[in-house]
Design a binder for this molecule. Structure first.
Ligand code: TRP
Length: 341
């Protein structure tokens, strides 16, 4: 058993929406690797944001399947459920309970300024109230656990800022209830770009199939996509994301997975061709993805065991979340039922 000392360790928390049947390499390198690293030195809470996924109309069976897949991917990617609490957002009812209280302390105009709602609806997503309320649910997700670290990508920066604002305001109105979380924006170097359009981020929703390395892709398919990755015509391997986005992206992928500094790789490839680099990147990608796929298959073969893991995770999460919910209800004057909540 790994040591589990919640009382003395800082907490970390993050979530991912179950919006695809497979993570891509950008999610893995940009997020999951950091989660795995954080679980070594923090008491970590990692959840599937299944309620956030309800903001996009999706077939119920598809959401259910993707919820299990997403949880399994955390584990296959190295999150250890003995060490970290792995759970579904919907299994810990405090998330919605505290979100409601927070929403009653949030000005309409404040939510109206959130850029993600505007961006998503401008791109044609239907403007349901849930999508508008999304940042408040996310603030609740975070504040319930009083985490020191909330590892998120740059696109979530504004959501963390509003979380800080809501926490600070609540504390001012009702007394110290929440810990104001520090943003922990993941490093720029972890940004993985589309293989075909290396000026764009690799994205499950906007990248073409050839631009995207899925963790569920067959190894031969991964190698093929890497072979046809867009580079440039000057045939020099160096790291320069502005002038040479394709080659720099390959170096970033290699470095993240082989855990070797980019400078060292650049020195090693001096005088060699792009073909060599692509072949080696394919090797390190396949070496990372193969064990992931084996573990994924085991987890998906035994959904009952996966559901038990999620139940244990939800229990651990509830222990922490219920204390915060009680403090919040008490602060605003919710009358507890006889015997407590
Ligand atoms: N909104 C996040 C995303 O789409 C997912 C998320 C929901 C989250 N709640 C969270 C991330 C709390 C960190 C903390 O990526």
């Amino acid at each position: 058993m790994p040591e589990h000392t919640p009382a003395t360790q800082p907490r970390s928390l993050s979530g991912m929406q179950p919006t695809s049947d497979s993570l891509h390499l950008g999610n893995y390198i940009g997020a999951l690797i950091n989660w795995v690293e954080l679980q070594e030195r923090t008491d970590a809470f990692y959840f599937v944001a299944d309620l956030h996924a309800q903001t996009v109309p999706t077939d119920p069976e598809v959401i259910r399947r993707r919820t299990r897949i997403t949880a399994a991917q955390f584990i296959a990617g190295g999150v250890d459920p003995e060490r970290s609490a792995v759970f579904c957002q919907s299994h810990v009812r405090e998330h919605t309970e505290v979100a409601w209280i927070l929403s009653c302390q949030t000005a309409f105009g404040e939510m109206n300024r959130m850029t993600q709602f505007k961006d998503k609806t401008a791109k044609g997503q239907n403007a349901n109230v849930g999508l508008f309320y999304y940042p408040i649910l996310m603030a609740s997700d975070i504040l319930l656990y009083r985490p020191e670290y909330v590892p998120v990508g740059d696109d979530q920066r504004q959501h963390l800022e509003i979380t800080r604002d809501l926490a600070t305001r609540f504390n001012t109105r009702f007394g110290e209830t929440f810990v104001v979380p520090e943003p922990y924006i993941l490093k720029e170097s972890a940004r993985i770009m589309d293989l075909q359009e290396p000026a764009q981020k690799m994205s499950g929703s906007t990248s073409s199939d050839k631009g995207l390395l899925l963790l569920s892709d067959e190894p031969s398919r991964l190698a093929k996509k890497l072979r046809s990755a867009v580079t440039d015509t000057d045939a020099e391997i160096r790291f320069d994301p502005e002038a040479k986005p394709g080659v720099s992206n390959l170096l970033t992928i290699h470095s993240a997975l082989s855990r070797r500094p980019v400078d060292e790789l650049v020195a090693e490839y001096a005088g060699r061709g792009y073909g060599d680099l692509k072949k080696d990147v394919a090797e390190v990608v396949v070496a990372a993805v193969e064990p992931f796929q084996v573990r994924m298959a085991e987890l998906m073969d035994d959904p009952a065991e996966l559901d038990r893991i999620l139940a244990t995770g939800a229990e651990r999460a509830t222990e922490v979340a219920s204390q915060t919910r009680n403090a919040v209800y008490d602060a605003v004057g919710v009358l507890p039922p006889a015997g407590g909540f």
